[in-house]
Design a binder for this molecule. Structure first.
Ligand SMILES: [Zn+2]
Length: 184
């Protein structure tokens, strides 16, 4: 994203999760931060209340396919249909491919209707080999003005996420950064 505005873009993939997402929302609220949640359609269908909480808190949502499909292993039509199925529950033109895996043909097709968003800083919060300290260190070393940082509001990532996120919010807020939605 553009530099020079002292803005950072937090993104949360794979939710909504009924216990973890509300904790993320509380942390964001504490720092008056806005973020973008790339939701998996089936998780939205399972947790509509949590999804509504995200919207009510003023955050942006994006499409992360209905079943968290791996683009490299999915035929174009199935991938496109699955993404549109997600759109029925996630009303957004923002799209992030699950696993970051998408083929050039899939990009060509989807970009006619969606804004495809990758990231510049991966927190590795989901990685069992990475602890919270390493997550924080990784985010701190790679974050620059305008960075798009990816976390996961999932069970797997929660132990690292819930320790790292408060420190990221606190550190960059003190440094004068604001956290915005991808459309903000
Ligand atoms: Zn994902």
């Amino acid at each position: 994203m553009p530099q020079g505005n002292k803005q950072l873009y937090l993104t949360f993939d794979d939710g909504p999760h009924p216990e973890i997402t509300p904790q993320v929302l509380d942390l964001l609220a504490k720092y008056n931060a806005r973020a973008t949640f790339f939701c998996v359609g089936e998780n939205v269908a399972r947790n509509p209340k949590t999804y509504q909480q995200i919207l009510d808190a003023g955050h942006l949502t994006g499409n992360h396919t209905y079943n968290h499909l791996n683009g490299w292993k999915t035929p174009l039509k199935e991938y496109y249909d699955n993404t549109n199925k997600c759109r029925e529950v996630v009303d957004s033109v923002y799209f992030r491919p699950s696993y970051g895996r998408i083929t050039p043909f899939q990009i060509q097709t989807l970009k006619k209707e969606y804004t495809i968003v990758m990231w510049s800083v991966l927190s590795y919060d989901y990685d069992r080999e990475t602890n919270a300290e390493q997550c924080l260190d990784y985010v701190m070393r790679h974050t620059t003005d305008g960075a798009i940082i990816v976390f996961h509001d999932s069970e797997k990532a929660a132990p690292n996420l819930l320790k790292t996120l408060p420190q990221v919010l606190s550190h960059y807020t003190k440094e004068g950064y604001r956290f915005e939605r991808l459309d903000g």
